[in-house]
Design a protein around this ligand. Structure first.
Ligand code: AHN
Ligand code: ZN
Length: 325
């Protein structure tokens, strides 16, 4: 009887000590509060990109905008690399592409990868007016605004270090997929997300790893919300929980509902295939034929649809996720 009693006391002490230890370990983690995301700054970075013109691979505007984005990342204190590559487009032609990579605290082992596509689509082939299908897309929400939110996040990380290393990657040629009017013989598979596919075959650092990734795609449209994208839920349910819980705790639950959104082959699909679990924060519109915003791949994807409130909700949520690591 006594022996059992003693054993019980020892067990209790053990449990108590262990609990204390984990509590201490938690306290030791430095508490850093996240900086405030400035939506006006992200709005201006969106306009800056549009000012170059259409960011279509092979054009002067594309080349100039790449240099602008690299210079921004560099100015904010990131180690910046331009990764040049050649990829095959949907019609068998070759494209010269540039992925733009900015690394904060490159010496840190623990890392997060944030990414968006920076190119704009050459064809407005979802425009209600057929006459516009061969015109280019301005790509304010589809491209520029997501890059702009990441630039503002980069600026904030430059001003106040995070505990974890952060790599920001702007992928090229995401939006060069087969236009609906294409009738050519040559048909190339995996025709979207060419820049991220190139990167998975040629990571900027051999064997590059990050704990997880977050893709932003069309995060700034008026009237957009971001229910859970299904490829993300399949490959990275724990990261979905982390991001969507954080948004909810910040009061952005309406913009980040936990309901099911669409399922999209986007840059995150190929990064998940590479082995980094990642999520896509992407607008879902249940009432359009595509599930994308009404101006998606039309000539109307311009500044008039950009909503600073959505930029703030997405930017602040991502910052809070980063600064809690
Ligand atoms: C497909 O339509 C297969 N993917 C769309 C991904 C996308 C295009 N995001 C922005 N533009
Ligand atoms: Zn697009």
């Amino acid at each position: 009887m006594n022996k059992i009693y003693i054993l019980f006391v020892i067990l209790c002490l053990g449990v108590c000590c262990c609990k204390q230890k984990t509590a201490e370990a938690k306290e030791q983690k430095p508490i850093v509060s996240a900086p405030q995301f400035v939506a006006d700054s992200a709005y201006a970075y969106t306009q800056n990109q549009l000012d170059f013109g259409y960011r279509i691979p092979g054009t002067k505007a594309h080349k100039e905008c790449a240099l602008f984005l690299a210079e921004k990342l560099h100015d904010f204190g990131a180690d910046t690399t331009l990764q040049h590559g050649k990829v095959m487009a949907y019609d068998g032609s070759y494209l010269n592409i540039t992925n733009i990579i900015g690394s904060f605290a490159p010496e840190k082992q623990r890392r997060i990868m944030l990414f968006a596509h920076w190119d704009s689509r050459p064809y407005a082939d979802n425009d209600p007016d057929k006459g516009n299908h061969k015109k280019p897309v301005t790509g304010a929400d589809d491209g520029a605004a997501s890059v702009a939110v990441l630039l503002e996040i980069a600026r904030q990380i430059g001003l106040q270090n995070a505990n974890i290393g952060v790599d920001i990657i702007f992928f090229d040629a995401e939006d060069y997929g087969t236009p609906y009017f294409y009738t050519g013989e040559e048909k190339v598979e995996h025709d979207w997300a060419l820049g991220s596919q190139f990167w998975t075959m040629n990571p900027h650092i051999k064997g590059y790893r990050a704990e997880y990734g977050i893709l932003l795609d069309m995060v700034s449209g008026k009237g957009s919300s971001f229910p859970v994208e299904q490829v993300s839920k399949h490959f990275a349910p724990h990261i979905v929980k982390k991001v969507w819980d954080k948004a909810e705790s910040l009061g952005y639950g309406n913009i980040f509902p936990k309901s099911n959104g669409g399922s999209v082959i986007d840059d995150h699909y190929y990064i998940n295939m590479y082995g980094i679990p990642c999520v896509d924060i992407i607008a879902y519109h249940p009432n359009t034929a595509t599930g994308f915003p009404p101006y998606w791949h039309t000539v109307n994807d311009d500044m008039s649809n950009i909503d600073r409130n959505n930029m703030k909700a997405v930017g602040q949520t991502v910052l809070e996720v980063i600064y809690n690591e």
